[in-house]
Design a protein around this ligand. Structure first.
Ligand code: TH1
Length: 833
């Protein structure tokens, strides 16, 4: 690397190379320097925002040195890289993470104290980077953390949304969306104004002949938008490896505005062009598990995918290798079907631009891509109208038709005379209007397809992708169960528990090899240890109680059982069942005599989560939760026995306070609907138990922690179809306890009954698609068991410790190692000093 600097200047460059600060003194010096120079603020006018800015800049400088070194070595050593393509990266805050990863949080804490600040107040100044909806986006963020921490050469590619997921306010019990303008000060990104790609849309395809008389397709005309790269350093934990997350921002091509138009006096339209271009990366689509088929969304997808592939191909070409070596240098993982156009784009580059023949190109493409499916919900499976693609990406549509043609020919050879098979698996759905099925395209264009938990991977192979297993054989399909990073979700979110664990497990090694947690199990019988454990849980509940008091003004008792459900609001996740259960609990308490009531266990039912702005039923659920809360929380008969809380604006940084504070958390989706879930893992890792259905990763959590340390209930996924059928075609009787809940709602106890009519009707009249009534009895019964178990605190704490000790499997490090070995074929490349 050094050889790139000419000999006479080398010594000077080496002599003046930036050295990272060391120790408290060095840190303070950097903070003060940034306040005075970078921020141009007087030292006597430094508020918490400025202190946050200066602290971040000091740590940022540290990251940059390692980042440069990492990127140089990865390039120089020419290793295979992983590219993780995701439309969502739910990163949360970066400063705390950076301080912990470089091992200098204590130094910073002391330094900030010396300068007159509390580190917690500084950390909380940062806006969350909230470029995602929920689990899918947070998984991508955990993966980046693990890739860097395990020294894999890897880049993430995404969009730099000007507005991330909206901020949620609750007004009169209803959700109100407020734009999340998070970029006013973001020290963690580096604009690369020299790294740009022109992206083409619309236009026409012409056939013409090349110099050798071979027919080629030329795509021209249409409009061009420029992609500008913004880079975000991704530090690994306790390693110099610092990977890159490249986010693309859209901009009018050829500068601010079109000077030709401008000079012709068409000022308005030249500005309009600029705004149209900037619209592409303006806002994250706020739907989780739902695809609405909007043209702008398709434009986002192509814009991001085309810029990323141009970048990847440009980097590969610098190595001067033969095209056939592309899959040995490049692994691209598709996070759901959102980046599926990358398959088509790479094929287009190889045949139209680089002049490879179809088969050679297609072998390269299929050996490069892997596809992860995250959902079986029909409303979330992407399909794009052929007409939309024809207009926006005419050449890509031709290539999709050809991919489909060759694929169907292959199918026909294997299954001669099976016309229905061809119809079923065709990438082009012969509907009115015709649609392109993106999941099928992703399967055909990849060498591996994986689900995100065992049940989910089995389900995709036996239901939605069954025919493809018959066509390709079972080896193309695999499972990689999700995981979460223990750095953020244990060490950062729950520092006291992390410290206690370290003291029993022989230091911090569990943070890089989570299976070390198993050493905890030998201390389950240790009374002092259990006491310390319980004290930490209590302190975490006090921290959440304070947050509730300061944000909602409601006092909750930290000694009560904290029962938490935080995740996107969705009918399949069944927050409605939870709130119906809470109403049942309220009615039961109301019926009791005061003496009997005194014997009951106090409980705080905590909800949090955003509803997609267009998802009316989800918004009704939020309204019901808040309405029940305002009745129950003000009922003198009830007092501390039951409180119902809806936490506003659930996001990553709030999850860091919430997860450590649960006694029990709810993961109660209709069996077969939640692909994995990842908050289930975070809650157990933080010493809370869970109540859950046999769905997604809950099943593997049960396998690991043991049936005695989890509360499972409800119907199994294999029974769901029959039950739904019976609701529609048989007689459908509602559970009697649930019926009593509905009657109470209809009496007006929680406000105008009409407001909640749709929630009741979904169960009573519209076939109860999510099986709320079928599961209600066992749900209530299982909550009774939870109360009973909680009364025996000694045993409860033992269960929690045992469960944590057995959670080693759910680290995203394990998960990334599985991807590396079974899908990407890449190895770690530790950075040399
Ligand atoms: C989620 C799944 O619902 C969840 O079960 C899983 O743990 C998580 O992905 C990570 O694997 C999904 N989020 C989305 C978001 C969109 C489309 C599909 C899914 S699936 C926009």
């Amino acid at each position: 690397i050094k050889a790139s600097i000419p000999e006479p200047q080398r010594a000077a460059w080496e002599k003046y190379a930036v050295k990272s600060f060391e120790g408290q003194e060095g840190f303070e010096r950097e903070v003060v320097r940034h306040v005075e120079t970078t921020l141009a603020r007087s030292l006597f006018n430094c508020d918490e925002k400025a202190a946050y800015a200066a602290t971040s800049l000091a740590f940022r400088d540290r990251l940059i040195t390692d980042w440069n070194k990492t990127q140089q070595q990865h390039t120089y050593r020419d290793a295979k890289r992983v590219y993780y393509l995701s439309l969502e990266f739910l990163m949360g805050r970066a400063l705390d993470n950076a301080m912990l990863n470089v091992g200098l949080k204590d130094t910073a804490k002391a330094g900030l104290a010396d300068l007159g600040f509390r580190i917690e107040d500084i950390i909380t100044q940062e806006n969350d980077a909230a470029l995602g909806n929920g689990g899918l986006g947070r998984l991508a963020a955990c993966f980046l953390d693990s890739l860097a921490s395990l020294d894999y050469p890897a880049w993430g590619y995404g969009l730099r949304y000007r507005y991330g997921i909206f901020k949620q306010e609750i007004i009169d019990g209803y959700q109100v969306e407020v734009p999340d303008y998070w970029l006013d000060f973001n020290p963690w990104e580096f604009p690369r104004h020299d790294v740009t790609v022109d992206i083409q849309f619309y236009g026409n395809v012409q056939k013409s002949a090349d110099a050798n008389g071979k027919t080629i397709s030329v795509w021209d005309g249409g409009e061009v938008v420029q992609a500008v790269a913004y880079d975000v350093p991704i530090p690994g934990y306790a390693t110099p490896t610092t990977n890159n997350l490249r986010l693309w921002s859209s901009k009018a091509s050829g500068g601010e505005f079109d000077f030709q138009k401008f000079n012709n006096g068409d000022y308005e339209s030249s500005v309009a062009d600029q705004q149209r271009a900037e619209t592409i990366s303006a806002v994250l689509y706020p739907n989780d598990n739902l695809e609405r088929g909007k043209e702008l969304r398709l434009k986002q997808q192509y814009f991001w995918v085309a810029a990323s592939l141009y970048d990847i191909v440009r980097r590969f070409k610098k190595s001067k290798r033969a095209w056939s070596e592309f899959p040995e240098q490049v692994a691209i993982q598709l996070n759901d079907t959102h980046p599926t156009l990358a398959i088509v784009e790479l094929q287009r580059i190889l045949i139209d631009v680089e002049g490879l023949d179809w088969d050679q190109a297609w072998a390269i493409v299929t050996n490069t891509f892997g596809y992860t499916n995250h959902t079986v919900l029909p409303e979330a499976l992407e399909k794009w109208p052929v007409s939309l693609l024809q207009n926006l990406l005419p050449r890509h549509l031709q290539i999709i038709f050809d991919i489909n043609l060759f694929f169907l020919q292959q199918v026909e050879k294997k299954f001669p005379d099976d016309r229905d098979m061809l119809r079923r698996v065709s990438i082009v759905e012969e509907s009115q209007p015709k649609m392109i099925r993106m999941a099928y395209l992703a399967i055909v264009g990849s060498h591996k397809v994986n689900g995100v938990a065992e049940l989910h991977s089995d389900l995709i192979q036996t239901t939605i992708f069954k025919d493809f297993v018959a066509i390709y054989g079972p080896d193309k399909f695999t499972n990689v169960t999700n995981g979460v990073t223990p750095r953020r979700w244990l060490h950062q979110a729950n520092p006291r528990l992390s410290e206690l664990i370290a003291s029993k497990c022989g230091g911090n090694e569990f943070l890089t090899d989570l299976t070390n947690l198993s050493k905890l199990e030998q201390f389950v019988g240790d009374k002092d240890f259990r006491k310390e454990w319980a004290e930490i849980k209590y302190a975490n509940k006090v921290r959440l109680a304070k947050h509730i008091k300061s944000t909602l003004g409601v006092t909750v008792n930290p000694a009560a059982l904290f029962d938490i459900q935080v995740k996107r609001i969705h009918e399949y996740k069944r927050q409605q069942m939870n709130i119906f259960g809470v109403i049942h609990r309220y009615l039961t308490l109301k019926k009791m005599s005061p003496e009997e009531r005194k014997k009951q266990l106090p409980r705080v039912s905590i909800f949090g989560g955003k509803a997609a702005p267009g998802y009316w039923m989800a918004k009704q659920i939020i309204h019901l939760i808040n309405s029940v809360g305002s009745v129950v929380n003000n009922d003198a008969d009830i007092g501390d026995l039951l409180k119902v809380i809806f936490l506003e604006d659930y996001n990553v940084s709030k999850a860091e306070i919430i997860c450590p504070a649960s006694d029990i958390s709810e993961h109660i989706s209709t069996a077969g609907t939640e692909a994995s879930g990842t908050s289930n893992m975070k809650f157990v890792l933080n010493g809370g138990l869970i109540i859950g259905t046999c769905d997604g990763a809950n099943i593997e959590i049960t396998r690991e922690v043991g049936e005695n340390n989890i509360f499972l209930f409800g119907n199994l996924s294999e029974d769901v179809e029959d039950l739904r059928h019976a609701h529609t075609y048989g007689s459908h009787t509602i559970d009697s306890d649930l019926d009593a809940v509905f009657k109470e709602i209809e009496k007006g106890t929680f406000g105008t009954p009409h407001d909640f009519g749709a929630l009741v009707a979904a169960v009573r009249q519209h076939g109860d698609y999510y099986l709320v009534s079928d599961d209600f009895h066992s749900y209530i019964e299982t909550h009774r068991l939870v109360d009973e178990a909680y009364r025996n605190q000694d045993e409860w704490v033992s269960k929690c410790i045992t469960a944590v000790a057995r959670m080693g499997f759910f680290s995203s490090d394990r998960c990334i190692n599985e991807y590396a070995e079974s899908i990407w074929n890449v190895e770690p490349l530790p950075i040399k000093e």
